[in-house]
Structure formats: structure tokens, C-alpha cells
Ligand binder design. Sequence first.
Ligand SMILES: Nc1ncnc2c1ncn2[C@@H]1O[C@H](COP(=O)(O)OP(=O)(O)OP(=O)(O)O)[C@@H](O)[C@H]1O
Ligand SMILES: [Mg+2]
Length: 333
Amino acid sequence: MRLRAGVAIDLGTVNTLVYVSGRGLVIEEPSAIAINRSNGQISAIGRSADALTDKEPQNIEVVHPLRDGVIADLDATVAMLQAFLRMARLRRGLRRTTAVICLPSEATWVERRSVAAAAEALKPRCSIRLVDEPVAAAAGAGFDLAAGSGAFVVDVGGGTTEVAVLAGGHVVRARSLRLGGNVMDEAIMNAVRTQLGLLLGRNAVRTLKMMLGLGDGDVTEAETVGVDIALRTPRVDHVPAKLVAAAVEPTVKAIALTVQELLADIPPNLAEEVFRGGIRLAGGGAMLPGLSARIEAVARMPVVVVDDPLRCVIRGAARILEHDDLLARATTG
Ligand SMILES: Nc1ncnc2c1ncn2[C@@H]1O[C@H](COP(=O)(O)OP(=O)(O)OP(=O)(O)O)[C@@H](O)[C@H]1O
Ligand SMILES: [Mg+2]
């Protein structure tokens, strides 16, 4: 291992994480930027920008520049990354900084170009290395990429779910579904609105999702506070676990089906290694109550949620950044 002047970036739909060589994880913030409408200046970034979402301050526009795992607003992405790197206080070195950036495996050429363009606009100037997210997730999940062995990872993020089979640092089969935690949140929000006549804010919805999930636990309902649609006043209500489970079911079904499809397509030479290594679940969505049991039921093989799933991709990206052999093998551009 050799420490290089480098930075690894997990540019997620919901969260952005930045790791700097020799210093560790320095940024872990929501992917959000707040812009003052009257003068175009950045008024907040990350957590403080995200906190303004849905609160509708008159002169502030809150932008989440990524959608479904890819850049939806290039200018806002550049501004956000630039601000995060300023917060990270990257030092200018004699040599160009290597920047490892993670992307969904099925990102199109145009999407890859837009990420590279965003990164090329950063200061200090970086030499950009793009890594497929499942490769970083596998490295972060503890698979030994250098040994060339098989790995099966599922990364359930806010905007995308990556399901992939790898051998060494290479993707053998991968599917990138443009759905994840955000789609679950919308479905819960809509179900509570139509069935209970209650409008919920984003944090209330996320709390319900994290507490109830697929409803396989002992909790049968959870208390929440929203705005009554008819009276337009705040109201406390109890949301049945079944309502939340039904709302997230289509997303969970799509993920489980994709896992089944990829398992059915594993090259026979990788089958034993994949079976013995088990399926590893990463990303924030991996913590959805009941998800790992559901995937285990369809896959009929061991499924584990990795330690600290929200940081799995950045952990792997950092390993890739700091190992020359992995860097050479894992980068796509
Ligand atoms: N305990 C939990 N149960 C269920 N979902 C959770 C939990 N904790 C976080 N999440 C969800 O995980 C998602 C964020 O995960 P993550 O940070 O891995 O996504 P991301 O990397 O930003 O997105 P993407 O990889 O899709 O671009 C959010 O939708 C969040 O609500
Ligand atoms: Mg992610």
C-alpha cells in the first residue's frame, strides 16, 4: 500500500461522502445545496441546506442535484462538490490529486461524461478515475478483490439499487435499478395521504420507513405527526405497519426479482465462491427492517447486511484509491 495525494468521493443521490488520503472520512453530508434566488449565491450546503427542504423559505431554492443516482443538474453538482472540497481543505500538491469517483454500473456514457466534467471543474485540478459503485461496494463489504474471487453485492441507495456479481475487481453481471429509498419514501407519503388523509414531511416518512419497513417485526403501528388534509391543521395519527409494508413492497419486489435474475445467470465457475461468500447488502436501504430476510428467502443462500452500510461504498473507494493494483483494475475511465 502506498499513500497517494488522493481523494475518494461517493457522490450519492441522498448523501455525499469524501475521503482524503491520510486523513480519513472528512465529509459526510446530504447531497444538497441552497441557493439565494435574488443573487444566485450559495446560502447553505449539505446538512444545513437539506434541513430547509420542504420548509419553503421564500428567497431560497434548495437543490438536490442528483436524481436516481446520476447528475440531474450539472452546475449545482459542480458548485456542491466544490463547496464540499473546500470544507475538506484539500491541499494543492506538487502532483495532481487522484480523485476516485463512484458511479452506478449502468450509467450511460453521457452520465459518465457529466460526472467527469463536474470533477474536471474542481480545484485543485484532479486526475479523475471513475469506479463502478458495485466494485467499490464489494471492496467496502470486505470481499478480497485482489484475489479475483467471486462476490455478490446489493447496494440499496436513495436513488439507485445496484445488484452485481463480481470476480476480482471486475463486474461480471450487474443491474442498476433506478429506484431505492426515495421511491419508498414517496410511496409511503402517498399511502398515508390517501388512506389516512394526512400530509407528512420527509423526515416523518423516513422515520416510519426505518421503524416499520416490511412489517415483519413486533411493532404493529407507529405514531406520526402531519397536517390533516381536510382541516389543514397539525394532527397526530398512528400508521399501521401494514400500510408501510404495502407501500414499500413494489420496490422490495423489484430488488428481490433482480437478485433472482442475476443468481440465475451466474457463470458456473463462480457459483461456489458466490454461495460461500453470501450476498452482502450495502447502502442505507440495506437497513430496511425485513429486507435481508426477504432477499434470503428468494435467494436461498446467506444474506448479510455489511457493517456500517451507509459508508460501505466510500470505504471501498478509499481502499481502491490506496492500492495501486486495485486502482488499475477497478477504474473504468
Ligand atoms: N435504517 C434505515 N432503514 C431504511 N432505509 C434507510 C435507513 N437508513 C437510511 N435509509 C435510507 O437510505 C437511503 C440513503 O442511502 P445511501 O446514502 O446509501 O444512498 P446514496 O448513496 O445517497 O444514493 P445512491 O447510491 O442511490 O445514489 C435513504 O433513502 C435513506 O432514507
Ligand atoms: Mg450510494
